[in-house]
Design a protein around this ligand. Structure first.
Ligand code: FE2
Ligand code: FE2
Length: 189
């Protein structure tokens, strides 16, 4: 009978077709769960960056929540609804990032003592609705730039994390666009 898996010369540019080798790798270090020999990224660095993203999302949740409760004035209702929607989405981002951290064998860092220092975005209260809108837009722009850099850094070394970050990035771009629209609408009235 012909061998199904003839020995294939190692070529880093092509996928491994040696099923026996893949099976051996899968059995070794089985306690690593989703992280296999094929994981090409620097896991420690990815975990550090994911925890920075998590801190950023949590600070954004808190800032949006504060703004949701504090929004007042003629346009408050529209803006407050938007702030609450964003807060809910940032929390969903934080949850997805935490799950990925666990999958990669890390631990989500939610220590409130160090949250703002690790976050890329800032917690700015803002005294007027215009301030709040601007601060949230700034924070979204920070998130957009951070995620874009993270995605560029990952390249194709960790496709799952990358796909998650791309989806989150698309949400942050929508948030920035929503805020810009609100700012323009308020300026015109
Ligand atoms: Fe987010
Ligand atoms: Fe956002």
């Amino acid at each position: 009978m012909k061998a199904i898996n003839p020995t294939v010369k190692k070529d880093p540019k092509r996928p491994t077709t040696d099923v026996a080798e893949i099976r051996k790798h899968a059995r070794a270090n089985v306690e690593d769960g989703a992280v296999t020999e094929g994981y090409r990224a620097d896991r420690e660095m990815v975990l550090r960056l994911l925890n920075e993203s998590l801190a950023t999302e949590m600070v954004c949740v808190l800032r949006y929540k504060r703004h949701y409760y504090m929004a007042s004035g003629i346009h408050a209702q529209t803006a407050a609804t938007e702030f609450l929607e964003h807060a809910t989405m940032e929390q969903a981002h934080a949850d997805r990032i935490s799950e990925r951290i666990i999958q990669l064998g890390g631990a989500p860092d939610l220590n409130p003592d160090t949250l703002t220092a690790r976050s890329h975005a800032e917690y700015v209260e803002g005294s007027t609705l215009a301030d709040m809108l601007r601060e949230n837009l700034v924070a979204e722009r920070i998130a957009i730039e951070s995620y874009t850099e993270f995605i560029r850094y990952l390249g194709d070394a960790d496709p799952t994390t990358r796909r998650m970050l791309e989806e989150i990035l698309a949400n942050e771009e929508e948030h920035a666009d929503d805020l810009k629209t609100l700012m323009e609408r308020f300026r015109d009235t």
